[in-house]
Design a protein around this ligand. Structure first.
Ligand code: ATP
Ligand code: MG
Length: 451
């Protein structure tokens, strides 16, 4: 295997925090998690709740999910439960299913570089782990975890907590502390930089200047992460209710521009429309999440990439005299194509991104039946919301257009007719010189976007 700048594997020892010295109790775990722990212990295995659920409980938050670790191998875990499925290729895990709740049970992971004969863990030239599936002891498992507050193990048999990296200190001092050498751990898995940003916002914790500097110096390594994984991580970062603050943190750490290289340089002006549009969108999204309203990654990407797409379309018009409609189609395809090389936004969302964009142009053309077709378009709501957002940032004609659509939706039939007449005095007819549409339409009535 490739030996990199990796230091000697960390050796951690547990500090036992007795049940009376902390306030987490067995009942803080979901009943099914308790069941899983009890069953494993009844089969004479070690089993602990670990990671986010312990950390969150100690911080007085409600955990998102419950992770269990054990010394039983995946096959041994499977033998203990009827409702168990083994998943994962990179590292095999057991999923124990109880109706809608799934408890993830992992076998303790071992060190990845210590044993020269080990053929299960591999690193690339940047020191990034690319394969890694050996089992180990609880101490090794703890050393593999990212931050000190994530290496705390709750023992269901006595309610003690095994704290391997002084996570309790991090929790008390609200400090993000990487386990081991910061640069080495970031090189092993650059996603840890994103996790640091996410936890600092979610848990209201500080990243100290040393870690900030190291993250900024290694930010470019995110480019090595598979784009599909980055899609998941970015969704967790920006679509979990604290997107606005997380954006600021990602920018401060120099991570945002690596995730969205197309925007590099466009966000330098803190009062620029590019910056403001993204900030407003994330504030809205946070509010929607707080109000249990639906959100979609399509709206996020449509917003973040809107101005780069517009700029590219303008350039195409200037360079090639393409008409605005075709220029926008080509620019949309190009910008999305470039972005998915870094963040693999699934097609079902990029299709919607393009619909929201192309509707921005169509919302300008307000005459006759078209207006009513637009109103019943499945993406009208998203496109209108996006127009409102742009209006706040751009003002001027965009604001007037957004106001028109707001009024039109609220108006009764006769007022609607008047509004249309006021725009197009020869009611129902296209303005003189208006071009007839020749593009084929999709079944939604939208022009096909094939470029
Ligand atoms: P949350 O579920 O609230 O996002 P979490 O800490 O539980 O937070 P998970 O992604 O569920 O995060 O991971 C569970 C545990 O696995 C973490 O607490 C951590 O110990 C470990 N872990 C996850 N990702 C990494 C990583 N990239 N590097 C090292 N350890 C990790
Ligand atoms: Mg978790």
């Amino acid at each position: 295997m490739t030996q990199t700048s990796q230091e000697k594997p960390l050796r951690l020892e547990a500090t036992v925090i007795k049940r009376d010295d902390h306030h987490m109790r067995l009942s803080d775990l979901s009943p099914n998690t308790q069941r899983v722990l009890k069953t494993l212990v009844a089969h004479n295995y070690q089993a602990y709740a670990v990671g986010g659920c312990v950390r969150d409980r100690l911080l007085g938050l409600s955990p998102k999910d419950f992770d269990v670790v054990t010394n039983a191998t995946p096959e041994q875990i499977k033998a203990c439960f009827r409702n168990c499925r083994l998943i994962g290729r990179r590292f095999r895990l057991a999923h124990i299913t109880f109706g809608r709740e799934i408890i993830e049970v992992a076998t303790f992971r071992g060190h990845h570089v210590e044993d020269a004969k080990d053929t299960h863990a591999k690193q690339n030239r940047d020191g990034q782990l690319i394969r890694d599936n050996i089992f180990g002891t609880i101490e090794e498992d703890a050393a593999r975890r990212d931050f000190s507050f994530n290496a705390m193990y709750f023992d269901a048999t006595n309610e003690n907590i095994l704290d391997f990296a002084n996570g309790m200190h991090a929790i008390k001092h609200q400090q993000i502390e990487m386990i081991g050498d910061i640069a080495t751990r970031i090189k092993e898995d650059p996603v840890r930089m994103l996790r640091a940003a996410r936890f600092s916002i979610k848990l209201n914790m500080r990243i100290d200047d040393e870690m900030k500097g190291i993250i900024a110096a290694h930010a470019h390594l995110l480019a090595n992460i598979p784009p599909a994984r980055l899609f998941e991580e970015v969704s967790k970062l920006l679509l979990s209710g604290r997107g606005f603050k997380t954006l600021l943190s990602l920018q401060e750490l120099g991570l945002f521009k690596v995730l969205f290289p197309i925007l590099d340089g466009m966000l330098n002006d803190p009062k620029g429309k590019e910056q403001l549009l993204i900030q407003k969108m994330l504030k809205n999204t946070d509010e929607r999440i707080a109000n249990d309203m639906r959100i979609t990654p399509a709206f996020l990407y449509a917003t973040i990439l809107w101005y780069p797409m517009e700029e590219r379309a303008q350039q195409l018009i200037f360079d090639t005299q393409l008409n605005p409609h075709d220029a926008m189609n080509i620019a949309s395809a190009e910008i999305i194509q470039r972005q998915v090389q870094r963040i693999m936004v699934p097609k079902r969302f990029t299709i919607v991104v393009r619909e929201i964009w192309s509707l921005q142009r169509r919302l300008q053309k307000r005459f006759g039946k078209r207006v009513f077709q637009l109103l019943s378009h499945p993406r009208f709501r998203a496109a209108y919301d996006f127009l409102l957002l742009r209006a706040e940032v751009e003002g001027g004609q965009t604001l007037e257009l957004a106001q028109w659509w707001t009024d039109f939706q609220e108006a009764k039939d006769d007022k609607r007719a008047n509004m249309l007449k006021a725009l197009n005095p020869k009611s129902g007819k296209r303005p003189r010189g208006g071009k007839k549409r020749t593009k084929p339409k999709t079944e939604t009535g939208q022009p096909s976007n094939d470029v």
